[in-house]
Ligand binder design. Sequence first.
Ligand code: CAA
Length: 389
Amino acid sequence: MLESLLFPFTEEHEMIRQTARDFAQNEIAPIASEFDESGEFPMETIRKMGELGFMGIEVPEEYGGAGMDTLAYVLALEEICKVDAAHGTIMSVNNSLFCYGILRYGTEEQKQRFVKPVASGKAIGAYALTEPTSGSDASNMRTRAVRRGDRYFLNGRKSWVTSGPVADYVVVFAMTDPEKKHHGITAFLVDAKAPGLIRGKKEPKLGIRASATSELLFENCEVPVENRLGEEGEGFKIAMSVLDAGRIGIAAQALGIAEAAYEASLKYATEREAFGQKIAAFQGISFKLADMKTRIEASRLLTYHAALAKERSKSTGERFTLEASMAKLFSSETAMFVTHAAVQIHGGMGYSRELPIERYFRDAKITEIYEGTSEIQRLVIARLESGLH
Ligand code: CAA
């Protein structure tokens, strides 16, 4: 395969890919549809994924993780999402949006206290940036944090928090100095049991239904000063650089969903007959399959390439924003294209809940929205390329 010629795959990569594939087939596939239907949080399988090291793949072993690289993370996430994107969402937030930021910007004590339980899957992490009136325009937030002595008091409302209903710890972004605009934003690590943190209603969603999403309300929520992540005013930079890592995870998620939809479509089209021949023999279907396959392989190259750029950044310190945004943009639009075609190829069976095809279609849509919409990815790419603001 092209990927093994272009990318430095090791035995360790093959091992984690196989372990994730086996786990997804044996443990997630049998329950995916039931949890999609009920919208229940799959705590048992998430805990087991933690035991296998999937909740902190790049986290060093001393902080409870598997101590592997970004390519290993992407390969494992792709396999999990190929079976169920909801499990993948929970995995991705724990790995990227939660652990990565603390490993990069946190103190030793914060790594011990917050990363260890989340990376080992004993606790769930979340990331609270978006608000009801600021999604894409993330720096325009209203949540305030005021310092009194050795505590901060947070007031405001965060929305669309993945794992919000069940999270044990949350990275929260709040304004400490509104006059400084984005330079006045600060990041905090908040224990979900902190007085003044209230979980809002769970969102009823189109897809990734087993991954719980909710609002979080802060009413004089007390956060000790030692739980500040980075310095005052560094929050926006932290939020953005953490999203760079997160977007590679969403690219891998989209790739996994697209592969599942493609493989099912290829199988169906080479078995199902109409007008006296297999439907894959009709040009209308075969050209669809050709486009699906080509876009998937292009997504794979961009996604693995972004993973290598992030890995390199660990020694060079260089940003991998461009690679991450291109991978997320292309893979998520591919997932939408491929799952849409998969429903069409399957006809009525694609629309039926008896097959997972309609679930792939519903799950794919969020990848074009969360962790930065496709429009925001285009804006980021265009700005970086042109140098214009
Ligand atoms: N890494 C480090 N720093 C970065 C950066 C990055 N990737 N991107 C921007 N910055 C810095 C800039 O260098 C700049 O710093 P200085 O002012 O010190 O020079 C500062 O941040 C402001 O940058 P911009 O002027 O580009 O900021 P902007 O206000 O125009 O916003 C944006 C840029 C790209 C639109 C950004 O707001 C953005 O990405 N928006 C989308 C937010 C998003 O993805 N939200 C999803 C939230 S998570 C979620 O979906 C829920 C979940 O639970 C999964």
